[in-house]
Design a protein around this ligand. Structure first.
Ligand SMILES: [Cu+2]
Length: 475
């Protein structure tokens, strides 16, 4: 299939879009000879004045959608309900499903405003850690009164800081980067599954931390929703296109169809995961969200071939070292598990150039009823607490929850509290400890610290982890 024949995106649409963009776009491709016609540019919202036409169109589109009857598929409530009823989380459909969701939302915004040059802006949480100012004007359709955080609260650098984002983008395996198969590492199903690092950390934390609508599956009721998800899409583009990491090519992923979306005329559409992987070549482009502003090292035709080919996941655990089962702690306490690991177990993998990775596998983690806290991971820091800064050399990562009551009455009945699995690459933290002599005892201790979000106490919450392991993966 040619990328320009993707369902719903005929060449005619494509050319129309191009003519509307005019000179606003910038070159996307390395070199100039293969520069393809310019697609609408999804811009960093921090670079836009409140009076910018992109912001004006976004506000007008949201207002128009809010004015529609809830039974209308283009209404604000209908669009949010698509997410509530169908969004896949904690699994490998997370990225492609949300990519299509954003693409159709963007097209609806164009249709309802007549602004065919509109491209959804993104919130670059790494360079600007507070929720963008345009979402705080109480008279604006972009305002949501249910948020728990305030305009001046910054997101935690352990979720969105440059070092965190760089380490996530540095992961080369799709499952570890983007979440695994719906089965999860230990047979979880439904909306549990196995969260990779992009979804389990920045994505889940932003949802829970903003709070209110954003902490639920009706999160698209808050207009801010679309801008962090656009950032996630930008990071996927950076990972798979600019950096050339392959998406998985398992037919169970590529051939999956989604029938949940409506086009700009309110007609239902059927789309595939395989086509989602190609969309950024065709339909839109991003102002760089990676501070290093990488560009693809492949030509457009090479890239199309590369994206269509994909590759199998390379995540294979050659050893799994159990750290503990049924680990419980209350928020405000630290859950530590220690195991003696011989230094030679890690072999050469603590060298910076190693192909192997050490992955913390937190499985059967109970999803709390209230997502009022997140979890920080420390290595060999058994006295870590909520006050231990993430600048501490023992800090290894964070993860969080995203769910709501509807997940507990989903298509597969949950007889117990929903559970989730998490994969966290702790190799960089282990390498740092190794360099500084922190592993000389030959023992690694994992400490998990539940930390309440800003303005929440979460004192009655408990963290329950069914099984905690260190997996050694060869790539
Ligand atoms: Cu989300």
């Amino acid at each position: 299939m040619n990328i320009e024949s993707i369902r719903g995106f005929s060449r005619r649409d494509f050319v129309k879009g191009v003519s509307a963009v005019g000179a606003a776009g910038v070159a996307f491709w390395a070199g100039g000879c293969e520069q393809i016609a310019q697609r609408p540019m999804r811009r960093n919202i921090a670079n836009l004045m409140p009076s910018d036409p992109i912001i004006q169109t976004y506000k007008a589109a949201v207002a128009a959608m809010k004015a529609r009857s809830p039974s209308d598929p283009l209404s604000w409530v209908s669009q949010a309900s698509i997410h509530n009823n169908h969004c896949p989380h904690g699994c490998w459909f997370f990225l492609p499903w949300h990519r299509w969701y954003l693409v159709y939302f963007e097209r609806i915004c164009r249709k309802l405003t007549g602004d065919n040059s509109f491209a959804l802006p993104y919130w670059n949480w790494t360079s600007h850690r507070t929720v963008p100012d345009v979402f705080w004007d109480t008279s604006s359709p972009l305002y949501d009164s249910t948020r728990v955080i305030t305009q001046s609260d910054p997101a935690d650098p352990g979720w969105v800081g440059p070092a965190t984002i760089e380490s996530i983008l540095g992961v080369t395996d799709f499952f570890l980067f983007a979440s695994g198969t719906p089965g999860g590492p230990n047979g979880n199903f439904h909306r549990g599954g196995s969260y990779g690092m992009l979804e389990g950390n920045p994505h889940n934390n932003i949802h829970g931390w903003v709070g209110g609508d954003m902490a639920t599956f009706m999160s698209p009721l808050d207009a801010v929703f679309w801008t962090p998800h656009n950032m996630i899409d930008c990071l996927w583009v950076d990972w798979s296109i600019n950096r050339g990491n392959p998406n998985v090519n398992d037919p169970a992923w590529t051939s999956q169809t989604f029938t949940d979306f409506f086009d700009e005329n309110g007609n239902p559409v059927t789309v595939t995961v395989a086509d989602a992987a190609l969309l950024p070549l065709l339909d839109y482009q991003f102002e760089p969200c990676d501070p290093q502003a990488r560009t693809p090292q492949m030509s457009k035709s090479q890239l199309e071939t590369f994206l269509k080919a994909g590759a199998p996941s390379t995540l294979r655990f050659t050893r799994r070292l159990e750290l503990g089962t049924s680990i419980r702690s209350m928020v405000g306490e630290t859950a530590s598990r220690e195991t003696k690991i011989q230094v030679q177990t890690f072999g050469t993998l603590l060298e910076a150039s190693a192909k192997s990775r050490v992955v913390l596998i937190a499985d059967d983690v109970e999803v709390p009823h209230r997502r009022d806290y997140f979890v920080r991971v420390f290595l060999n820091k058994t006295d870590a607490s909520g006050q231990t800064p993430i600048t501490d050399s023992h800090y290894a990562g964070s993860f969080a929850f995203f769910s709501d009551e509807s997940a507990m009455k989903g298509p597969i009945p949950m007889t117990t509290q929903p559970k989730a699995g998490y994969l966290i690459d702790v190799t960089p933290a282990l390498q740092k400890l190794s360099r500084t002599g922190g592993l000389s005892s030959g023992e690694v201790a994992i400490s998990l610290v539940p930390v309440p979000y800003a303005h929440r106490k979460a004192t009655a919450e408990r963290l329950v982890i069914g099984r905690l392991e260190l997996g050694i993966a060869q790539f």
